[in-house]
Design a protein around this ligand. Structure first.
Ligand SMILES: C[S@@+](CC[C@H](N)C(=O)[O-])C[C@H]1O[C@@H](n2cnc3c(N)ncnc32)[C@H](O)[C@@H]1O
Length: 193
């Protein structure tokens, strides 16, 4: 037991990739969806007001009449994708969590939207000049290894039509100016994310 605990205290190699699909894990994906749907909790997606403001801003900088085909990478349960569709974009959403894609699909039917949702990794997508805009929202880029970042950028570049836009939502270094690294342990008796 103590050995196992000590193992968890070891610092992993930077950006070491897990052998399991974290996002599609039964427990994680359940907690993730719950976090996504909590409108005030910013652990998985931004707050609802921020999402609505962001969608309005995107419509302003890349309107659906000039940039009709949009792909939302790591769309989760479709919080942005369905708003993009309501604004008039033709939307494709890709995510690697089956649970989130199923949820997004059910909202599609409920709200009579026409978003194409795909359960797929954006690292394996293979489009050629199909989209006018690609979005990657809530700082996923920073969690990827250098190799995966390059692969994703190549996939996105290929998927966009000439003159297309990538809207990349990342944290800047300023967020970490006062960041102090700490180690903490806590017990979550009722589960947690
Ligand atoms: C922090 S959440 C953000 C979700 C959404 N963009 C939002 O802001 O509401 C990250 C999402 O990216 C998805 N994801 C992570 N790696 C992925 C990959 N390789 N391919 C597709 N989706 C991925 C996860 O399943 C998760 O839904």
């Amino acid at each position: 037991m103590l050995n196992k605990l000590c193992m968890y205290l070891e610092r992993p190699e930077l950006y070491k990739e897990s052998k399991v699909n974290f996002w599609d894990d039964e427990y994680i994906s359940k907690q993730l969806l719950k976090a996504h749907l909590d409108v005030d909790f910013e652990g998985a997606s931004r707050s609802l007001d921020f999402i609505n403001d962001s969608v309005d801003w995107i419509v302003k900088v890349a309107s659906p009449d000039k940039y009709p085909n949009l792909i939302d990478l790591g769309c989760g349960p479709g919080l942005y994708a369905e708003r993009f569709a309501q604004k008039g974009y033709k939307v494709t959403g890709i995510d690697f969590s089956k649970r989130s894609i199923n949820y997004a699909q059910s909202r599609n039917e409920e709200k009579n939207l026409n978003v194409t949702y795909l359960f797929q990794s954006y690292l394996n997508m293979n489009y050629s000049e199909e989209f006018d805009i690609a979005t990657l929202i809530y700082c996923d880029y920073g969690a990827l290894s250098t190799k995966s970042r390059r692969l994703l950028m190549e996939n996105i570049y290929k998927s966009l039509k000439p003159g297309g836009k990538l809207i990349l939502d990342v944290f800047t270094v300023n967020k970490y100016n006062d960041f102090k690294e700490v180690k903490t342990w806590e017990i979550n008796e009722k589960g947690g994310f």
